[in-house]
Ligand binder design. Structure first.
Ligand SMILES: Cc1cc2nc3c(=O)[nH]c(=O)nc-3n(C[C@H](O)[C@H](O)[C@H](O)COP(=O)(O)OP(=O)(O)OC[C@H]3O[C@@H](n4cnc5c(N)ncnc54)[C@H](O)[C@@H]3O)c2cc1C
Length: 471
């Protein structure tokens, strides 16, 4: 029997249930990936993420070829076209069964429904799997049978129901026989021209590079994760997010390897390990929110009252924020990190998002879209969740009156000002006592802008806007 594996957000061979099952069931296996510049644009994917994706397709193709699985990249105009294209491929190549790992965004679900109908109509079998999160999305329910909307009880249930068998992911692939088809990746026109400024040396390519990154973090950093995760200059986090976003590594693999060094304990043992696993559960939580509350995928806030908030918009402020020229050093350093690395430290994502939605009182959707357009790890569910948390419009969000003061955040988490100096070289000569909030003279001397707003006034303005919306 000939099987086809449709790769989507799972650009890996290890712990890939669709590929694994195709190998178990079929004599010969082929693979496809649909590439659509239009669709990527439609979903606001970052240029840097597309660059990373294309490089990974080349890497995936090499690994698949070594197993005698040819990878065909198919040009598509978007999700609407995929059912026609896949059906044609299956008929042309006499494919009897198609395997894929589910994505579960709204558009993806609709596309899959159409594909499923088209294939079933043509008597082509389909087998689908869940690889992005541990539990089938939406399957963890509260005592009342509702989807979880608060993280802590979700996490409790997630841990309670966990079975170590979930982590039984090892599979030995045995090469299939050679086929009458070769991969087309070297001749495929991705029609991609780089516009980003990210140093791609930061993001090594390939599944084995992702594994190496994971093991380096587990060997060297996870023990101190709890202590170091909030100080951006310490590089105390894994930076595994871009690989998770494209499925170059699975969350199961991350959890398995972390548990190995913690006696397979979720709630006791090393606090660095348990905290890190908590963060992976946050990722799962937001994916469940996206699945169970489709309104968040339609640009709506989770908290209905917040639709009434009167957001401001000032082009100059938006521009200053984007360019890292707000006059608040920690905000600017963070935004410049985003441009140089395509990535931003988690603490700083919260700081800049709160500054944007509270102090600037700009609509969270603008910030969310800007992040998506610039992040190498852009992930709709986590990005939406992070923005809605920061703007107090989301599930389990920060209370609206809890507004981070960027200067206090800076003195707390970048004590020596080293992160600021790294990304804002204009300020490199300033002492740590002044770098978090330079005086007029210092700003002039360093050619660094004045603050775009008054923190106290803008804080009160935000609280008032939220109060009115709530009343
Ligand atoms: C405004 C805002 C926007 C965000 N946008 C994204 C995004 O587009 N893509 C994305 O992957 N994450 C996003 N996050 C979550 C978080 O900032 C990143 O996952 C994290 O910084 C990635 O770095 P790391 O891999 O070193 O994380 P680590 O600290 O090593 O954590 C390990 C993994 O856990 C997950 N994780 C960690 N923190 C969170 C969190 N708060 N929410 C959900 N998952 C988390 C990630 O998959 C991460 O790779 C956003 C957070 C905020 C506040």
């Amino acid at each position: 029997m000939k099987a086809l594996v449709w790769f989507r957000s799972d650009l890996r061979v290890q712990d890939n249930p669709a590929l694994r099952h195709a190998f178990k069931e079929a004599d010969s296996v082929e693979a496809v990936y649909f590439y659509s510049a239009e669709q990527l644009k439609n979903h606001n994917e970052a240029d840097v993420k597309i660059d990373f994706l294309i490089q990974h397709l080349f890497s995936l193709e090499k690994t698949l070829t070594s197993l005698n699985v040819p990878l065909t990249i198919i040009q598509s105009n978007g999700f609407e076209e995929d059912s026609i294209l896949l059906k044609k491929y299956c008929i042309d190549r006499s494919v009897k069964k198609v395997f894929w790992n589910n994505q579960f965004g709204e558009d993806e679900n609709l596309r899959d429904k159409q594909v499923l109908e088209a294939l079933e109509f043509n008597k082509i079998l389909v087998k689908t799997f869940h690889d992005q999160v541990i539990y089938k999305p939406g399957s963890l329910k509260t005592g009342q049978g509702n989807p979880y909307a608060v993280f802590t009880p979700f996490k409790r249930k997630w841990i309670e129901n966990f079975e170590m068998d979930f982590l039984d992911i090892n599979f030995q692939y045995v090469k299939k026989n050679p086929q009458d088809l070769t991969s087309n990746i070297t001749t495929f026109d991705f029609n991609y021209s780089r516009t980003h400024r990210v140093n791609m040396d930061l993001w090594s390519i390939g599944e084995s590079a992702a594994l190496q990154r994971l093991h380096k973090f587990l060997d060297e950093k996870i023990i101190n994760y709890s202590k170091n995760r909030n100080d951006p200059i310490l590089e105390g986090t894994s930076r595994i997010s871009p690989y998770l976003a494209l499925g170059i590594i699975s969350s199961k693999k991350c959890i398995l390897e972390a548990l190995k060094i913690n006696n397979f304990e979720f709630t006791s043992g090393n606090v660095g390990v348990t905290k890190w696993i908590d963060e992976i559960i946050w990722r799962e939580f937001y994916k469940n929110i996206m699945f169970s509350f489709p309104k968040v995928s339609r640009g709506q806030p989770f908290q209905d009252y917040s639709k009434k908030i009167k957001w401001r918009f000032k082009e100059e402020e938006f521009q200053a924020w984007k360019e890292g020229k707000t006059g608040f050093p920690i905000v600017d350093a963070a935004m410049r990190q985003l441009h140089y690395e395509g990535w931003m430290h988690n603490r700083l994502r919260m700081v800049v998002a709160m500054f944007f939605t509270k102090n600037m009182l700009h609509d969270w959707r603008l910030g969310e879209a800007y992040f998506m357009k610039n992040l190498i790890d852009g992930d709709f569910a986590s990005n939406n969740g992070g923005w809605q948390w920061s703007s107090s419009t989301g599930t389990d969000a920060a209370p609206y009156f809890r507004i981070f003061n960027p200067i206090t955040q800076s003195t707390n988490f970048d004590k020596e000002g080293l992160f600021i100096k790294k990304y804002i070289p204009e300020l490199k000569d300033l002492d740590k006592s002044v770098i978090h909030n330079p005086s007029k003279e210092h700003r002039k001397y360093c050619n660094y802008p004045e603050p775009i707003l008054d923190l106290k006034e803008s804080r009160l303005r935000a609280i008032e806007a939220f109060k009115i919306a709530k009343s």
